[in-house]
Design a protein around this ligand. Structure first.
Ligand SMILES: Cc1cc2nc3c(=O)[nH]c(=O)nc-3n(C[C@H](O)[C@H](O)[C@H](O)COP(=O)(O)O)c2cc1C
Length: 188
């Protein structure tokens, strides 16, 4: 079986370090796993009035999540919390009530920042939201990356061997987490 992982990036910035990291993780996917980025930049602002008629980009996102066996969040921290664009995407795909596309999907959380405490505060807030959404979320290893010059090579892959090994270990642990939980998701 091939496992699909939807990767949701919490930054819309063209040169986003988190998107660069997400694209590098796609290249490091463990055997049998396929990582693909899910767009969130074209989602409207969430409005509960639209639950009965969700916009096409919302339906697309929900379809991608439903088809995936897991969700990997790659996010910056904004003002010590979750960027609004990410929370907007989370809220969209959690609705209508009872039809959340997140429920049961095993989640991983990782982030990169220019700041020395990286994305720790945002990740803690995100974990609170994911618990409510009933997403079993990998606890360890925590992944708080601080960006450095030369981290990404010219082809976008991770150019520093120690960081690359660290990320591979994280992805292998997350892959095992997804395998462990995916049977439960299939039986929901
Ligand atoms: C509105 C805003 C708030 C920010 N707040 C934080 C913060 O609380 N902690 C932090 O480490 N960096 C913070 N930053 C800096 C981001 O870490 C930095 O801009 C990072 O590059 C954003 O991620 P991206 O490169 O994926 O877009 C903030 C940036 C913006 C634009």
């Amino acid at each position: 079986m091939s496992y699909k992982i939807a990767v949701v990036v919490g930054s819309l910035r063209a040169e986003s370090f988190n998107r660069q990291l997400a694209n590098a993780l796609v290249k490091l996917a463990p055997q049998g796993f396929e990582l693909a980025l899910s767009r969130i930049d074209d989602l409207p602002l969430y409005n509960q009035d639209d639950d009965k008629n969700q916009a096409a980009p919302v339906q697309r996102l929900k379809g991608e999540l439903t088809a995936a066996q897991g969700v990997l969040f790659v996010t910056p921290e904004y003002n010590r919390s979750i960027p609004g664009v990410l929370k907007n995407a989370i809220d969209h795909a959690s609705r209508p009530y009872g039809q959340s596309a997140w429920a049961g999907k095993p989640a991983g959380v990782i982030g990169i920042s220019i700041g020395s405490i990286a994305t720790a505060a945002a990740q803690q807030h995100l974990r609170t939201v994911l618990a409510y959404l009933d997403m079993p979320t990998l606890g360890q290893p925590e992944m708080f990356l601080q960006t450095k010059p030369g981290l990404f090579g010219p082809d976008g892959s991770i150019a520093m061997d120690d960081t690359k090994q660290f990320l591979q270990k994280f992805l292998e642990t997350y892959a095992a987490w997804v395998k462990f939980h995916s049977d439960k998701v299939a039986n929901r």
